[in-house]
Design a protein around this ligand. Structure first.
Ligand code: ATP
Ligand code: MG
Length: 390
């Protein structure tokens, strides 16, 4: 039996965008997501994209799992391809949906006829096929309002498609229809979630991670790469930088007033990330900060952090509770990795009494104790190691 995957893209978000560009980007992203599973041909038709495996033995369960992570898809389903003949359609529907219908108690049939030459009108197709399925699956009842299984038959120009229930897609916008941004990624729970949320809005990701060996270990770095790999399932490939941060942190520790350590450190992170972001043609920075979570995330501290850069800073977790962020991290499978206990550079040299009501003038005055700031920043940027995470 010939089988394809039907993909519904989000029409509502198409408003400002050229639809064809949107779909072309979506197809490119789907090809990337399916790269390891098999080769597919894609056909655009109305608000649907059809994906057909070149090799009929391709594992479509794996393909559906991969496509469930692709942003810009509202719903998807596997479908059987049938000739446009009512008797053939009935036979294929009963065989193809055998398992789904055997397990269900209620169902209904929906028909869509875009080929008006087909001799049955949509309500007639639904009645014919519904009656046939009832005769084959004696236990089933029709429920038009709340069926367990909706059997859909679409009569298109060349073929008929038969499918069971839709599967929910990842929603959002296809990655790279909204430009590029650099996410400051730690090994924590929040920043991978922030990265995922901005990728969902169509932003292509670059990642910047600060490492401070020997205070932080290689295991911490590996953990970040694992997290990025998990985010990349949704965002597509991520160009990632690991920035050597030890020298700067030691300078902050040795020269600056202790209460300001964390804020000054965060300002340096932003400045270095902004430079790397520009190298990568990014137009914004992303962090996992949330108001009030820690001393460096009061609105006063965040204002001081923002003042260190000119790029806009996106903080999609800003108004979320920890439990809400954790829910998303579980959904995208980053939680278990995030809670592994490796030291992040943020937790070395933490002040005993961090300033929660920091004023920018005080912070910049404390920061001025580091005289060769530009040089240190330049060295960190030069020392950054780049990899592409898939
Ligand atoms: P997370 O769970 O994302 O680590 P957090 O609540 O632990 O966040 P902080 O450790 O204060 O908060 O970090 C705030 C934000 O700063 C992080 O969300 C991340 O964007 C950035 N950040 C922290 N540590 C690093 C790091 N080592 N490299 C790059 N960015 C970092
Ligand atoms: Mg952290």
């Amino acid at each position: 039996m010939r089988e394809i995957i039907l993909i519904k893209n989000g029409e509502l978000v198409l408003k400002g965008l050229n639809r064809s560009t949107f779909e072309d980007v979506l197809i490119k992203n789907m090809k990337k997501a399916l790269h390891e599973i098999g080769e597919f041909t894609f056909t655009k038709s109305q608000s649907t994209i059809m994906a057909e495996p070149v090799d009929p033995d391709t594992d479509l369960d794996d393909a559906v799992d991969a496509l469930k992570c692709v942003f810009g898809i509202v719903a998807l389903s596997r479908a059987a391809v049938s000739e446009k003949d009512m008797e053939i359609i009935k036979g294929i529907a009963a065989e193809y949906l055998d398992e789904e219908l055997s397990l269900a108690k209620t169902f209904k049939v929906e028909a869509k006829r875009s080929d008006k030459r087909f001799p049955f009108k949509s309500p007639e197709i639904a009645r014919e096929l519904g009656g046939y399925l009832l005769s084959k699956f004696n236990h089933l009842k029709v429920d038009v309002h709340n069926p367990e299984v909706t059997v859909t038959v679409e009569i298109r120009d060349n073929y008929a498609f038969i499918r069971g229930n839709n599967i929910k897609g990842a929603g959002g916008m296809p990655v790279s229809t909204s430009g590029r941004a650099a996410v400051l990624i730690s090994g924590g729970i929040d920043s991978p979630v922030a990265a995922y949320m901005m990728a969902k809005r169509g932003i292509e990701l670059v990642a910047v991670h600060f490492a401070s060996p020997p205070y932080t270990t290689e295991l911490a770095e590996e953990k970040v790469m694992t997290l990025l790999h998990k985010v990349a399932r949704y965002s597509g490939p991520i160009t990632a930088y690991v920035v050597p941060f030890t020298e700067l942190q030691e300078q902050i520790r040795d020269k600056c007033e202790e209460d300001y350590f964390t804020i000054i450190m965060r300002r340096y992170m932003m400045k270095i990330s902004e430079i790397l972001a520009r190298h990568q043609h990014c137009s914004a920075l992303i962090t996992g900060e949330s108001v009030g979570q820690v001393a460096s995330q009061t609105i006063y501290a965040l204002a001081c952090t923002d003042a260190s850069v000119t790029m806009p800073v996106f903080r999609p977790c800003i108004g979320m509770d920890k439990v809400e962020i954790i829910d998303i991290s579980r959904k995208i499978d980053t939680f278990e990795t995030s809670i592994q206990p490796y030291e992040d550079c943020c937790t070395v040299f933490t002040p005993r009494h961090p300033k929660t009501r920091a004023k920018l003038e005080e912070v910049t005055a404390a920061e001025a104790a580091i005289e060769n700031s530009d040089e240190l920043i330049e060295r960190a940027v030069k020392g950054a190691r780049k990899t592409v995470i898939k």
